[in-house]
Each structure stands twice: as structure tokens, then as C-alpha cells.
Design a protein around this ligand. Structure first.
Ligand code: FAD
Length: 513
């Protein structure tokens, strides 16, 4: 299946034919009950399987769907009932498979609204924007360098063009062989990127993996460069849900799944998954054990490690050891503040920041989220969200929250006099870390057990996808792997091309090797 928007996009690339097999649903006598664990990216495992007639049970440990994009109700000190979450998530236009998933709930993607720009601000006064950067490669990268105040001519002459050549023809998965042993920091230092560009544009990329650039694999950073600059025509512009995640995404998607007879076991943690001698697995969840023909484990890193540690016969010993060694990125903080007065009218809905201590970005929620806009209109206030990634695990949390607020006062000085009507601070540490040299140890979608597949943003897909799009794509790949066993055609997936798009750039990059 090809999604209509993808068919129009020259940058799109059908990365993998659907699983070979007949385009058919399971017949009643062949329907295998499959186990799906976890909700995000909701339809992924389910849409892929349930649309082909598989009987699916979904387990979610938390009381609400959505994983890292879950939403929950909270009452503010002014008596308002609002939805809290981990907040701002950019739905980039290159997220073809995630968008395909969301189209199951609304074919027109009416739940997403465009954010006009992706501005970046450095404490030293430099300001970058992507709205006016051309989107067609190679003009996207050249245009960014030409328009960005972080690239001066003198800086350009100091750069090492040879070291930059691998950026021109990024091949997936070969990029991991080439650059997984180097840190993002060292790679950029080798190119001698202008200091300001290093901090502003590239550090923002690496921190979107919640990691310090000194720890992050250069391959992930270069992959991001490929996805957003030379590999696609959509640039760095994105959309966001126009209401809190639960209302915009999860309620419609869960209705879709229920319409396909998925059994939803929310608030039920899976404890163990053990191979059943008769085939498939015996899964214990919520004190009940049940047999399933196949299992998709779509869990965050700590969740996957806990299930695997309690399932001593799952897959094989070396796989279990590698799962046990996966790491999570350092803690991050999301602070949402309900202020008694508005921020300045020209403040962007989202601003990436650099050089403001731990502050990574500031969002003004009423610019794009209906619920926040209604609160702001009713009270005359503003709903502002601050993100700080890769915080020192030993840091004093209250002090970090205060420090983050101080940075807001620097970035948006009008907030200094604002009274905080209420605040929520979310501290978590459950995003996967992609450390230098860690690629080979990440789990792939398939395991040695053909009835056990893995999905999620921690998974090695060998495709140019990251973050939410990696979660969605790996979910479809997992469903396809199971459907293949039953001779049923899976979902055709789309990604940006797996190698550089321009012949000239490929030739230049060839010089480096
Ligand atoms: C603050 C923040 C900002 C982000 N911004 C962006 C962004 O702008 N763009 C972007 O693309 N990505 C962003 N991300 C990353 C994005 O959230 C993740 O890539 C995505 O949510 C991963 O989805 P997933 O399904 O792999 O994992 P998760 O969403 O973590 O889902 C895993 C699920 O497994 C469940 N689970 C765990 N153990 C068990 C068990 N034993 N039994 C049953 N269920 C279990 C968990 O409860 C959870 O629901 C951001 C993340 C954060 C935290």
C-alpha cells in the first residue's frame, strides 16, 4: 500500500517491498492469536496485523495508551482540568510510515497542524531558521550554510572538506560500519565545523536523541543529516497534534483498533514471555498465563530488559545478554508552566535553544494546542513548556527545575514578572541511548525465534528512520515478519532513500573512500 502523500513526493522511496505473499486476510480457521505488548506506535503492530485479520491482544503496563506520548488528566490550582504529557513532539514530514498509521484514524491527518518554522537561538545572539532554506537537495544543505549566520566565509575556509565528504552520500546501513565507532562530537570536530554551527544546528540534532554528543554515535547524527538535508525534500519543517496526544491520537486510534476487534488490556504489565513447547509463547500478564502463536515486544528499554530478564528461555542467551546491556540516555526534564500573563505575541510556538545551560527548547503551547489555547484565552495567561535533555543524573532536581526557569527568563524576559499559576515537572530516563560502537548490539526486528519480533525506537531497522518514525517503521516491519510466516502480504513501507540522492554528491563522497 502506498500512502497518497508519499506517491507525490520525489524524495520518497519504497524501501522494502511488502512481505512476499498473497494479498489476503487470514481465513477464519487460520487466524493466529498474536500477542502485542505496548501501545506505541499504536497501530503499528496492530494495524499491520489486525487489518490482515489476525486476532490481536494488546498489553499496556500504564493505565493509558501512548507510551512516551501518553497524556493524563491533572487539576491546576485555579481549578482547571488539563492534560499533562511529556509535551512537545515534532511530527516531521519525512515520517511517512507514522503518518500512514495516523491516517488510519483520520485520512486527512486533520489532527496535525503545521508549525511555520524551526527556529534556533544561541545565547550568544545568533539565530537560525529553516523556513526560508530551500528544501530540494543539495540546495537544502547549501542554502542552510549560505543563510545561516553560524557559517561565515572565514569559518568555511577553515573546515576540512575531506572529513565532511561522508555527509554527501549517507548509505544505510553502511553508515554504521563507517561511523558507529566515532562520537558525534569527534566527527564534527574533525570537520572543523564553525563552533557556532556545531552548537546550534548539530548539537540540537544530537540532543534530540537525549544524549551528550560525546557519547552519541556519529552514525546517528549523520543519519539525521541525511534524513533532513540531503535525503529528502521536506526539510526541517514539522507538524504537531492540535490537541493533547490522548485526544488527537490515542482515542481515535484505539477506536480504530477496537473496530478491528483488538483486545485491549490497558494497565496490565507483561511479566514473562516463555517459549511454549507446542510453538509460540506462554505469556504471563496480570497474574494470568495465556498461549499465543506469536509475540511482538514493543517496549521501552527498561520494560524490554525487565521482561527478558524474567524470561530465561526467550530467544537465545547471547540475545538476552545484549538486551541486558542496552543503555538508556541520561534523565531529562519537561517542565510545563501555566503563567498568569502571555508571552510576547511574536514568540514562536517552538524554539530550539543552545548555550542556555540545560535548556534545549521552549514551546508556547497555546500557539498550536487547542486545550492550551482555550486555557490561555480564558485566563489571559500562557502555557509554556521547557525541555532539558541529558541532565546529570546526580543533579539536584529542584535546583535543575529552578535553573531551567532562570533560562526561560533569559530567553523570554517578559516571563520574569509572570506569576506561575501552576507547574508540572516530569523527570524520566527511558529513552534509548545509541552509544559509540553500540549498533551491533541493538536488537533487530527479527530474533532467532521466528515467532518473536521486536519493535520500538531502540530497534535496529537498517533504514533511514529515527525516533517516532523508527518506532512506527519497526512496528510495521515486525508485523510484516509475522505475516510472512503465514504467507500473507504485509505493509509496503516508505523511507527517504537509503543512499545519497545526487549523482554528483555520490561521486564526491566516493573520493573520501
Ligand atoms: C520529551 C520527549 C520529546 C520527544 N520529542 C520527539 C520529537 O520531537 N520527535 C520524535 O520523533 N520523537 C520524539 N521523542 C521520542 C519519541 O517519544 C519516541 O521515539 C517514541 O515515543 C518511541 O515509541 P516506542 O513505541 O518505541 O516506545 P514507548 O513510547 O516508550 O512505548 C513503550 C511502551 O511499552 C510499555 N511497557 C513497558 N513495559 C511493559 C510491560 N512489561 N508490559 C506492557 N507494557 C509495557 C510502556 O508503558 C510504553 O507504553 C521524544 C521523547 C521525549 C521523551
Amino acid at each position: 500500500m502506498c500512502f497518497p502523500c508519499c506517491a507525490r513526493l520525489p524524495a520518497c522511496h519504497c524501501c522494502r517491498a511488502a512481505t512476499p505473499g498473497v494479498d489476503r486476510r487470514f481465513t477464519a480457521s487460520r487466524i493466529p492469536p498474536c500477542r502485542i505488548v505496548s501501545p506505541r506506535p499504536l497501530g503499528v503492530r496492530r494495524a499491520g496485523l489486525v487489518e490482515r485479520g489476525a486476532r490481536v491482544t494488546l498489553y499496556e503496563r500504564e493505565n493509558t495508551l501512548g507510551g512516551r506520548l501518553a497524556g493524563w488528566q491533572t487539576e491546576l490550582s485555579d481549578g482547571s482540568h488539563v492534560t499533562m504529557s511529556r509535551g512537545f513532539h515534532a511530527f516531521f514530514r519525512q515520517y511517512y510510515n507514522l503518518r500512514g498509521l495516523l491516517r488510519r484514524a483520520d485520512g486527512g491527518l486533520g489532527m496535525l497542524t503545521a508549525v511555520p518554522d524551526y527556529p534556533l537561538q544561541h545565547s550568544g545572539g545568533l539565530y537560525d531558521s529553516f523556513a526560508k532554506v530551500p528544501r530540494t537537495p543539495p540546495w537544502s544543505a547549501a542554502g542552510f550554510a549560505a543563510l545561516s549566520p553560524t557559517f561565515g566565509w572565514r569559518d568555511m575556509t577553515r573546515m576540512d572538506p575531506w572529513a565532511a565528504l561522508p555527509l554527501l552520500d549517507v548509505r544505510v546501513p553502511e553508515v554504521y560500519e563507517q561511523l558507529d565507532s566515532v562520537s558525534a562530537y569527534d566527527f564534527l570536530a574533525g570537520i572543523r565545523f564553525p563552533e557556532a554551527a556545531h552548537h546550534l544546528a548539530f548539537e540540537v540534532f544530537s540532543r534530540s536523541f537525549f544524549a551528550d554528543p560525546r557519547e552519541l554515535s556519529a552514525a546517528e547524527l549523520v543519519l539525521m543529516f541525511h534524513i533532513y538535508f540531503l535525503g529528502s525534500s521536506e526539510g526541517l519543517l514539522f507538524d504537531v497534534p492540535d490537541e493533547p496526544f490522548s485526544q488527537a491520537l490515542w482515542e481515535p486510534l484505539s477506536a480504530y483498533l477496537e473496530g478491528h476487534h483488538v483486545k485491549m488490556c490497558v494497565g496490565t504489565s507483561v511479566d514473562t514471555v516463555e517459549p511454549d513447547p507446542s510453538g509460540g509463547h506462554r505469556i504471563t500478564a496480570g497474574r494470568r498465563a495465556e498461549h499465543f502463536d506469536a509475540t511482538v515486544l514493543a517496549l521501552d528499554t527498561p520494560g524490554l530488559q525487565a521482561v527478558v530478564a524474567s524470561s530465561p528461555h526467550l530467544a537465545d542467551a547471547s540475545w538476552r545478554d545484549r538486551i541486558a546491556q542496552l543503555r538508556t540516555a541520561p534523565p531529562f526534564l519537561v517542565s510545563r508552566l501555566w503563567l498568569d500573563r502571555p508571552v510576547r505575541a511574536d514568540r514562536a510556538g517552538f524554539l530550539g535553544t543552545s548555550g542556555y545551560a540545560s535548556l534545549d527548547n521552549v514551546s508556547v503551547l497555546e500557539r498550536w494546542e487547542g486545550e492550551a489555547a482555550r486555557w490561555a484565552a480564558r485566563t489571559g495567561g500562557s502555557v509554556v513548556e521547557l525541555h532539558a535533555y541529558a541532565v546529570d543524573p546526580a543533579a539536584d532536581r529542584n535546583a535543575e527545575q529552578e535553573r531551567l526557569l532562570d533560562q526561560l527568563h533569559r530567553v523570554y524576559p517578559e516571563t520574569r514578572d509572570a506569576r506561575i499559576v501552576d507547574a508540572r515537572h516530569e523527570w524520566r530516563a527511558d529513552c534509548p541511548l545509541f552509544p559509540v560502537g553500540g549498533y551491533e548490539d541493538r536488537p533487530a526486528v527479527r530474533t532467532v525465534d521466528p515467532t518473536l519480533v521486536i519493535a520500538g525506537d531502540l530497534v535496529r531497522t537498517e533504514l533511514p528512520v529515527a525516533l517516532m518514525e523508527r518506532a512506527a517503521t519497526s512496528g510495521f516491519l515486525a508485523a510484516n515478519a509475522l505475516l510472512e510466516r503465514w504467507g500473507v502480504r504485509g505493509q509496503v513501507l516508505w523511507t527517504v532513500p537509503r543512499s545519497g540522492r545526487s549523482r554528483l554528491m555520490r561521486l564526491l563522497a566516493g573520493l573520501a573512500s
